[in-house]
Ligand binder design. Sequence first.
Ligand SMILES: *Cc1c(COP(=O)(O)O)cnc(C)c1O
Length: 393
Amino acid sequence: MDLSPANRLEKLPPYLFAALRKKIAEKKAKGVKIINLGIGDPDFPTPDPIVQELIRAVTDPEDLNRHRYGCDVPVSDLTRAVKDFYRRRYGVSLSDEQIAITSGSKDAIVQFCLGILNPGDLAISPQPGYPTYNIGHVFCSANTYYLPLRRQNAWLPDFTEIPPEVASLARLLWLNYPNNPTSAVADLAFFQTAVDFARKNNILLCHDSAYSENTYDGYRSPSILQVPGALDTAVEFYSLSKGLNMTGWRVGCVVGNASAIKALKLVKENSDNGMLRAIQFAAVKAFDNLERLTQPINEVYQRRRDMVTAALMRAGWPVEVPKATIYIWAPTPGKYNGSSAAFAEDILEKAGVVVTPGRGYGVTGDGFYRISLTYPDEVIREALERIVEVAGQ
Ligand SMILES: *Cc1c(COP(=O)(O)O)cnc(C)c1O
């Protein structure tokens, strides 16, 4: 049968790095040993106390519900742990109506859009930025206005750049700090400006805090919900994936505006069945011990961060040392005239190293590339030596 897929799939943007992926496959076929520093997926294990709690819960002979649909037998302690965490860390008090437990943020972003956006609606996404926001809009037949992030503004958006007609039509605005791909951080004063803009224009602020725990040098990232009144204007997408090496576990939550949370819960009730109870118990362990468990993880990333930035600077390429995230976002070396694609292709061709060209995240990402720190030290070290040898001439 010749099946034609739904029209909405045609509107999906082409896979950002399709050309690069093809080239990687060609190189591998020729037997070239490729080092891929392109993907942000932690390489070392989830902290043991979380793993042990999963094993305990999944084998607990007393828990007769341990195999059941997680939505039918939710672990109420997980909601309690989320509340305790938000109060302890941010001084933010949440009620049950302001919390939805999710199977990670990527899934939740799309489900959230389905609960909020109508066909033809307008939503605002940062550029460069995480592609899933726009994909959520596409699945709802909504349109995206791209809000540029620029280096001269420390990769924070300037809300005064948004045309008044866009501001008055838009229903959602996505933000993400600490930021992927730029590693920029935002302070509470910036979040206050965002909340003021959103409130004035009746826009729901959606803050993706995927990297809130990946912080260094004593830096602590704020929650947008710390801004007075933000619980009415904003939701925050929280995830255990990046901070606790738990990408495969699929656990997070969305917290904030109660009407938006209600819409998300309705989509979830009608499209998924929740998560395994043992994962919920393990997530309680993670939230209750978060600061203690993230510390050794961050020591590893901080060491790799210092290694990468020092190597780039030794090569004569200035780079900012980020306070957060698992990425180094660096300007492409001078001889590539600001073309991140030319740089990425050249080092793949001649050095067998994959980095993510900033152009893949939108035009305003060009001139930069992203290195992920989720690879063993010696792999990163070898990749950098190869890059410097090729691009430094
Ligand atoms: C990795 C990432 C996510 C997805 O995290 P999950 O909770 O694992 O789905 C969301 N947003 C950004 C910006 C990310 O980089």
